[in-house]
Design a protein around this ligand. Structure first.
Ligand SMILES: [Zn+2]
Length: 489
């Protein structure tokens, strides 16, 4: 089944457009991956969780998706405008390690964090250092096409020349003259002709560790170039979706488009540009200098002074999905604790789902619910609205379980299909501690037996004590006609 109602907000056109893939049934998607010089960042995690949902939903709709997300292991300078040291080289010097030891350590950390968030691995995860030849070839082609020049061993992209026939600022809609006449001086970069020119290939200074031979001497590739070279290699000169954090749009993505156009003679190399929004903490921008930026592992362990407790990866994933990817996401203990409760409620309902008793009539319209859920996902992957509708499903499950509402066998199987495919396959949520649920269940049944026994002996102080103590730990028990059941709060 390929759904034909999917609409995507395209940063390039600033409108929500119907999604039409270039090749029927196939989607090519490129997302800018992390620069692996530090522990995985929460902002990055949010971006990759968002694109994980995009990847999962496209596959759910029946598309064959080739999802490419790179690892930046060279060429990303401290300042995006070709200034400062290479981030990985700098960290390597600081820790007295080989740059590739830094890359290995933080790639593993990044994968670990993405696994914790239950994000699917991309189809291809190429590295910049694994594609030096492709980047040199692309630089040569851009030079041959007249859009780049050599200056003292460094190759610069000529933005002003490119902008004569192309809309350089198409992605952001900024005014080119304003950028060209900006007050910022060229800084130390006297080698380049125009202030907007950026390096495709950078000459390595004697102390620079990561260096490769090229036709222009020893050097290393520019950060923007790697994404153009790797997307071209694996997705072709024209592909469907390119994504990343919105902070990448003004420089990195703008330059990627310019490189693709200048190299490949194609007017519009990418059909849909998708950007995720930033994180805030208690309404303030999350930033290292404000001391309010925490890492995924700090959230999972509760080891940051702003966090009242630890939050599990699925609580955080659920929390992220409660905001649309194009909205800012505001972290606060209050919101995280509400998400924790909401997630537990959702998982409890999922556990009841299979064992619901069916009746001859349904009190709820399941096909209408299904229509609403798909309409929300089709509306630019609107996960908060999707979740709101799924909670209507939770309400139905609980009411049927309590005997207040009824459901037919046919509707029940529709509800099971809808809830499990959306919650698990598309939103990528999963039961946590799944390994231990059987053991917890066994233990709880034993405790409940002891309590029932106490009740039959009219030892109500013991049975009440068990109930109250369990509630303190986070188990709520309910006495019903068919025995006592429990839910994890
Ligand atoms: Zn990129």
């Amino acid at each position: 089944m390929i759904n034909h109602n999917l609409k995507i907000y395209n940063t390039l056109t600033r409108t929500t457009e119907k999604f039409e893939p270039i090749h029927i049934g196939h989607v090519g998607m490129y997302v800018c991956g992390p620069t692996v010089y530090n522990n995985a960042h929460l902002g990055n995690a949010r971006t990759f969780v968002s694109f994980d949902v995009v990847f999962r939903y496209l596959q759910h709709l029946g598309y064959k998706v080739r999802y490419v997300r790179n690892i930046t292991d060279a060429g990303h300078l401290e300042n995006d405008a070709d200034e400062g040291e290479d981030k990985i080289s700098k960290k390597a010097k600081l820790e007295q390690l080989e740059p590739m030891e830094i890359v290995q350590r933080y790639t593993i950390d990044f994968h670990h964090v993405m696994d914790s968030f239950n994000a699917l691995p991309p189809s291809i995860e190429p590295t910049a250092t694994g594609h030096i030849i492709e980047q040199i070839e692309m630089t040569k082609q851009i030079m041959a096409n007249g859009f780049a020049y050599e200056s003292n061993g460094t190759i610069y992209f000529d933005v002003e020349k490119y902008a004569k026939d192309n809309n350089y600022t198409a992605l952001t809609g900024r005014n080119l003259d304003d950028l060209l006449n900006g007050t910022r001086e060229l800084g130390g970069q006297f080698d380049k002709r125009g202030r907007l020119d950026f390096a495709l290939w950078i000459k390595a200074k004697p102390e620079h560790i990561m260096r490769w031979p090229s036709p222009w001497g020893e050097g290393f590739p520019g950060w923007h170039l790697e994404c153009s070279a790797m997307s071209k290699k694996y997705l072709g000169n024209h592909f469907d979706i390119h994504g990343g954090g919105m902070d990448l749009a003004p420089t990195h993505h703008t330059n990627e488009i310019a490189q693709n156009v200048a190299c490949n003679h194609i007017k519009n190399p990418i059909n849909y540009w998708m950007h995720t929004n930033m994180l805030t903490v208690n309404g303030q921008k999350m930033s290292k200098s404000l001391g309010n930026s925490f890492l995924p592992f700090e959230l999972f362990s509760g080891s940051h002074h702003l966090l009242e407790k630890a939050y599990s990866p699925m609580t955080v994933r659920f929390f992220m999905l409660q905001a649309h990817y194009r909205s800012t996401l505001d972290f606060s203990n209050e919101a995280l604790q509400a998400a924790e409760k909401g997630f537990a409620r959702l998982m409890n309902a999922m556990k009841l789902l299979d064992d619901l008793k069916s009746s001859t009539t349904s009190t709820s319209d399941i096909s209408e619910l299904k229509t609403k859920v798909y309409a929300a996902m089709d509306d630019d992957f609107n996960t908060p609205i999707t979740l709101a509708h799924l909670f209507e499903g939770v309400r139905i499950i609980n009411s049927v379980n309590d005997g207040k509402e009824s459901i037919t066998e046919v509707d029940k199987s529709e509800l099971v299909k809808l809830m499990s495919s959306m919650v698990f396959d598309v939103l990528g949520l999963k039961e946590e501690n799944a390994v231990n649920t059987d053991k917890i269940d066994g233990l709880m049944n034993m405790i409940l037996e002891v309590r029932t026994d106490a009740k039959t002996r009219r030892d109500f102080s013991t049975s009440d004590l068990i109930r109250d103590k369990l509630k303190e730990i986070g188990f709520e028990i309910k006495d019903g006609k068919e025995g006592t059941s429990y839910t994890i709060l």
